[in-house]
Design a protein. Structure first.
Length: 220
């Protein structure tokens, strides 16, 4: 279950667009990771540490992890589940808003509450819970702020996708120490976070799931 992966979220952080937030002389080499099996991609600074997973049965839902030099990280989690509805069925469902609300509530309990307990948070406050559904998937965003007994609060946020007619969900998760003064680092993290996207079939066949880099290239 995806709940099992929540114990791994002790260090994630988050990030709009690389070139718009990083100065012209400070542009990092940009790498892109594509997973052709599950058809998603994201972009990140090439000097960050990316690991392809799973590494054993305990982590079999974690496809890839990404760690920053400061120890914050991102993860992609794929959970096998029953067949998701087709686009036509979802868009014609008069109760689709209620369906999304139910998925958000389930995700909040199974992931974010579990992460908070594993972190030892003394208080968890939820921010945005936003419906991002489009022509590719049922999709939504959740963010939370976890107050700790000591030290900085920890942000946990994720983009959760349920591709139409597929038997799985894809979650792009981020956790981070909350430091509002680190403006440049926060902007870079937001850029990585917002670069996550589901791919069209033709796009997902390009790149073969490997991470390729191109210096100074602007993310899509």
């Amino acid at each position: 279950m995806i709940k099992r992966c929540a114990v791994l979220f002790f260090g994630l952080f988050f990030m709009a667009r690389f070139l718009s937030v990083v100065g012209a002389q400070e542009q990092p080499t940009v790498a892109e990771y594509r997973d052709p099996e599950y058809a998603y991609s994201f972009q990140y600074p090439a000097h960050w540490n990316l690991k392809k997973l799973p590494e054993g049965a305990a982590n079999d839902e974690v496809r890839v992890s990404l760690q920053t030099p400061g120890g914050d990280s991102f993860m992609v989690i794929v959970e096998k589940r029953g067949q998701n509805p087709s686009k036509a069925d979802f868009q014609s469902d008069p109760k689709r808003s209620a369906r999304i609300d139910k998925l958000i509530d389930e995700t909040t309990q199974e992931i974010y509450r579990t992460v908070a307990r594993n972190l030892g948070a003394v208080e968890t406050k939820f921010g945005e819970k936003t419906d991002l559904s489009d022509d590719a998937a049922i999709k939504f965003y959740v963010s939370s702020l976890n107050k700790m007994k000591a030290g900085e609060p920890v942000i946990v946020a994720g983009i959760h996708s349920y591709p139409f007619s597929k038997p799985y969900s894809i979650s792009f998760m981020m956790t981070a120490f909350f430091n509002p003064g680190a403006e440049k680092e926060n902007a870079l993290m937001r850029a990585v976070f917002n670069s996550f996207q589901l791919l069209e079939p033709a796009e997902s066949s390009t790149g073969s799931g490997s991470s390729g880099s191109s210096k100074g290239r602007e993310p899509k």
